[in-house]
Write a protein that binds this ligand. Structure first.
Ligand SMILES: [Zn+2]
Ligand SMILES: [Zn+2]
Length: 385
């Protein structure tokens, strides 16, 4: 009896003592596993990213949210999560999906698979499951109707870097991700992530695919982390530090103010906004529009400030012509009834300038030299997930 009591006491003591040790030492015991899981996003298979068993990062599959408003008239929902393409759509060779736009004027082709996923709200999303290399090729042909090989290769690296960064951010720091709460897709098809409209032309697609393959699995890094990918069509001769336009990028010292190799002052553009329409859009009387330099804001009536993105998203929703760049002068016309906006450049004018990259390429620079010019002290790195 005494022996039994002593044994029970010993077991209790072991359990209490063991629990005590575990309680205080668990961060030390378990942290290496927690850290390694966080540091390796591939360890978690997600609907938005399917790692390729072989072939590297470019062979992996990502989920892209495509704009259903453009295409869905020809697609009907048939059962939960089952895609059904009406007769206007067809599967080509099992690896492309093609269907008509809303007006039935042109057809759109997407590499990989297209899925309809019902949302909790009752609607549904159109998701394209596409290999990274096909996605890169399609973004290239959406951004560059024509281009030389080195410019396309530069852009291919930046697009891949954006994709890679999104996967890392989603797994490790979702506050940095572009679509942090999205379970079914990684990135969208709008310029918010990168302009993506599928295989617009088979000829260009194969050309762009060659540029993607020419930089296979390579991303641009700084301090061991993928850079924040930014590029614009033409800066008008002067690249602006990205953090001036995008205030959250304050730590990215690889962006610089610098002269560009593209034609100075081009392209020049002009928008005319009706004052009354603008006032209705903003919900108050718009009397004055100007810009502040550093940090950059669009300032209305000398006191209400909007970032470049805030301002253009309002303008876009209204159906008014969008601002083509952050750099413009404003004057009044029609006895004050109109705002005349005269600007230079196409895009946000930060990061890589595509026109400038073309000029560098023409002068003999390869994609490494081009990227090094626009992203100071950054390193190219081959990745896999
Ligand atoms: Zn997006
Ligand atoms: Zn430029």
């Amino acid at each position: 009896m005494n022996y039994e009591i002593t044994l029970k006491k010993s077991i209790c003591l072991i359990i209490i003592f063991g629990g005590f040790i575990l309680f205080f030492l668990w961060p030390v015991i378990f942290s290496p596993f927690v850290l390694s899981a966080l540091a390796s996003p591939a360890a978690v298979t997600q609907p938005y990213f399917i790692s390729s068993a072989a072939g590297g990062f470019d062979e992996s599959t990502i989920a892209v949210l495509i704009d259903r408003k453009k295409y869905l008239s020809e697609i009907i929902l048939s059962g939960a999560g089952i895609i059904c393409i009406t007769p206007a759509g067809e599967k080509i060779n099992g690896s492309f999906v093609s269907f008509m736009d809303k007006e039935k004027k042109s057809s759109f082709t997407f590499a990989g698979e297209v899925k309809i996923i019902p949302c909790a709200s009752g609607g549904y999303e159109l998701i394209n499951l596409v290999r990274v290399k096909d996605y890169i090729a399609c973004v290239l042909i959406s951004e560059l109707a024509s281009g030389d090989y080195q410019t396309w290769r530069s852009l291919a690296v930046l697009v891949r870097t954006m994709v890679y960064k999104e996967i890392i951010d989603r797994s490790c720091d979702s506050s940095e991700a572009r679509h942090p709460g999205a379970a079914d897709f990684l990135i969208c098809a709008r310029t918010h992530c990168a302009s993506y409209r599928g295989v617009l032309s088979k000829h260009l697609y194969f050309k762009a695919l060659k540029a993607a393959k020419g930089t296979e699995n390579i991303i641009l890094t700084h301090g061991g982390r993928p850079v924040y990918s930014l590029y614009s069509s033409a800066c008008g001769g002067k690249i602006v530090r990205a953090q001036i336009i995008y205030h959250a990028l304050s730590g990215c010292e690889y962006f610089e103010d610098k002269t560009c190799h593209c034609p100075k002052g081009l392209p020049a553009w002009k928008n005319i906004y009706d004052g009354k329409k603008l006032s209705r859009l903003f919900g108050y009387s718009v009397r004055d529009i100007e810009t502040s330099d550093n940090p950059y804001y669009i300032v209305i009536n000398k006191k209400i400030r909007y970032t470049f993105d805030e301002f253009i998203s309002r303008i876009e929703k209204s159906g008014l012509t969008r601002l083509k760049s952050p750099f413009f002068k404003v004057s009044r016309g029609g006895d004050g009834a109109f705002f005349v906006i005269e600007g230079v450049g196409l895009g946000h004018c930060a990061g890589l300038c595509i026109e400038g990259a073309r000029a560098m390429s023409k002068a003999g620079a390869d994609f490494k030299k081009i990227l090094n010019y626009y992203y100071k002290s950054c390193i190219l790195k081959s990745v896999d997930l």
